[in-house]
Design a binder for this molecule. Sequence first.
Ligand code: IVH
Length: 683
Amino acid sequence: MASGSGASAKPAERLAALTARLRDLAHRYYVLDDPAVSDAEYDACYAELEALEAQYPELAAADSPTRRVGGTPLDGFVSVQHPVPMLSLDKSTDAAELDAWMRRTAERLDGANIRYTCEPKIDGVAVALLYEDGRLVRAATRGDGQTGEDITANVRTIQAVPLTLRGSGWPARFEARGEVYMSRAAFDAYNDAALADGRQSLVNPRNGAAGSLRQLDSRVTAQRPLTLFLYSLGWADGWTPNTHSEVMAQFPEWGLRTNPDFSGPIDGADCMAWIEGLAARRRSLGYDIDGAVVKVDSLLQQQALGVLSRSPRWALAFKYPAEEVSTRLEGVDFQVGRTGAVTPVARLEPVFVGGVTVSNATLHNMDEVARLDLRIGDRVRIRRAGDVIPQVVAVVEADRPKRARRIKLPDRCPSCGSPVVRIEGEAVARCSSAAHECPAQQLESLKHFASRLAFDIDGLGEKLIQQLLDAKLVSSAADLFALATDPVAELPRMGAKSAANLVAALDRARAVTLPRLIYALGIREVGEATARSLAQHFGSLDALAAADLEALEGVDDVGPIVARHLRAYFDAPANRALIQALRDAGVHWAESDPAAAGVGTEALPLAGQTWVLTGTLEAMPRNEAKARLLALGAKVAGSVSAKTTQVVAGPGAGSKLAKAEAAGVPVMDEAAFVEALTGLEGG
Ligand code: IVH
């Protein structure tokens, strides 16, 4: 590099020495967590290199430690095709499930001796690092597993990622995979500083890591305290290690940071104890985990076991039960939903649990309040699992203050003042006025109408809907389509541009599909899946609106209760008027006569068929299997009957499988199912 550069040998030598020293120091600091010198000494070294590179730009290497941060933001991320898919992991939650997996694994390997590895499941963001001739040339996100995004510029800013590998003997090209995360201490320090400077703070370490990697400007990413653990070899040219533990031992030699809490190879019988030990140490790890990962150590055995469509057979995640903490119940608010349901919501002394600060939790209904024997002032245990909504699990009875107050359902709707009624046998209490007469119901109905799975109206969120209602610009969903730009532009925090955007979004939303329309109406207990079944069954809104209870109950997923809600909805004059008003406002959707051949879903490969899924599916979540079947035109039923065309039975299938076999209904296993789906979707 120095020869032929024109600069004298001295600066070139000094530059090479400084570069090597800085790489060593960064390795000690960021990879080994074992700083060799003071920060001041490191900074002095860095400043000297920077100055020298400024003086002799032709000597500065592309992977110099001073060149981690790029200068110009990107316009967008480029897609990256993963040569080997980045899979996700199948999950277990208890020792029995782990055992069952180990037994299946042993069977598949014909009883061969199997050794395992155990490691923490880091709650961060998966990345794939591509090294060519020892240099980091690309970093990509997982994306959908097949195609990710090129985030090289952002990943280069992570000090624990070597731009140049250490040691020797690395393959000419290989991909190391791992998880980018933020330690708890770094997250806290970042937020403290952000708060002090009036900058936006991060919600939790995981979101912080994910958001940082999505930045188009790597200078922003560089400000975020990210690090990573590498946990697998994606693929390599000309390197064929025998085991996963061999890979994990080799990576650090090349400067690739691995988790010190890795354990293996160990016997299957010892995995559960390791997992329990990790759970006990969970709080003191310094970073968030959402479980442990058990892997088959031998890469040959891994290959023999193979992969399912989304997860490998050779690894299993063990998810810990949701974290529980305790806090004080400060009060109970009653919220009125779209269908008038009056729901008690716990107001809590804010508490950090499962990665976020929680200050509210739904109590569902008064039966739940009674079941918990909850009083205001009580100390309560709160749980939050992953992304799931927070939940009050129990009252700490021993801690009940003397003056704890009982919780009473209000007599009157907190929004419109109409009487609150509770029908005998129903858990839910309701506001007795019609939706269009109660402000809270109006707001919630409009929120639902505009939501992603309904009309999906860009930019129309809760705040704007509330403003539109307050200004009396709308009172029903149909009024939205009559909105003009001018009055909207005059609302607080709006302007000509956002008003024009909203009107344009509404204009686009006029063309809707029948299932979305049915869902958007917000009929009680009619969720997205039921709306789709209804649309498929009746083909038109008029046919649905005219159907009697018996006809309604003939639809999959529709029982007597939902049928009654549907009938009640279409019998109410206000609802009929709303539908007419939507039509008058130009809202339109395609309708089909389901009896006519070749129309709509009739043309789909599984049209007219009814499938039943039973047992555990390993290759994909059950709702994905269902969605893919629906997309192919099939109905998916919950039980086997004379109408059933095909049963898919995963491990643990019970009575449905027995019934299908007795009735002579064809049964396929999951492998055949995955193959069938792939074939049909391709064709
Ligand atoms: S191995 C095919 N090891 O978990 C198996 N994954 O649910 C590849 N993860 O997307 C993953 N820590 O981002 C593995 N020690 C670990 C992990 C880990 C976190 C994440 C990973 C993956 C997700 C799968």
